[in-house]
Design a binder for this molecule. Structure first.
Ligand code: FES
Length: 155
């Protein structure tokens, strides 16, 4: 085995150990969204946008596009931990193809947690950060509809 093969094997073994450890605390759905996050992307010039920093200091951004009063595209970015990524992934998946009213009523932190079989207490705020950021992106969309010029002053 040459040096590069050794490094690859070390990285694979390490990743396997991390996943094995994570499986003790988290559901398969959490591991799946963690390893394959859905909608982890920025949208250029979105119809609705929000950036929220949670009490833990992690930040999430949500980008939404609306077509025929439904969420046609949804993306998120975060500098947060693995469970923040999981919650952003689940929240954006749940929001797609729903109306604004449906998202507000249905895509709650409780629903995100239900979809992934729950999270340890210390990680529950990740679901709140994801759904709060989504809700604010919807508020931003409504506000841009009223005053489209505000879009030019988004940070
Ligand atoms: Fe703060 Fe995940 S640890 S949002």
């Amino acid at each position: 085995m040459d040096k590069n093969e050794n490094i690859d094997k070390f990285a694979d073994d390490l990743q396997e150990q991390i996943i094995k450890q994570a499986r003790k605390e988290y559901s398969e759905a959490v591991i799946d969204h963690w390893q394959n996050p859905r909608n982890f992307k920025k949208l250029k010039d979105p119809d609705g946008y929000a950036k929220v920093t949670g009490p833990c200091g992690d930040t999430m951004e949500m980008f939404i596009n609306i077509q025929d009063e439904k969420i046609s595209e949804c993306g998120f970015q975060t500098d947060g931990c693995g469970t923040t990524i999981v919650c952003g992934s689940v929240a954006t998946e749940l929001a797609l193809n729903k109306t604004i009213v449906e998202v507000i009523a249905y895509v709650t932190a409780g629903e995100v947690l239900k979809q992934i079989g729950g999270l340890p207490t210390a990680d529950v705020h990740c679901a709140q950060l994801a759904t709060e950021t989504l809700r604010r992106a919807l508020v931003d969309y409504r506000s841009m509809q009223k005053d489209p010029w505000k879009k030019h002053y988004r940070k």
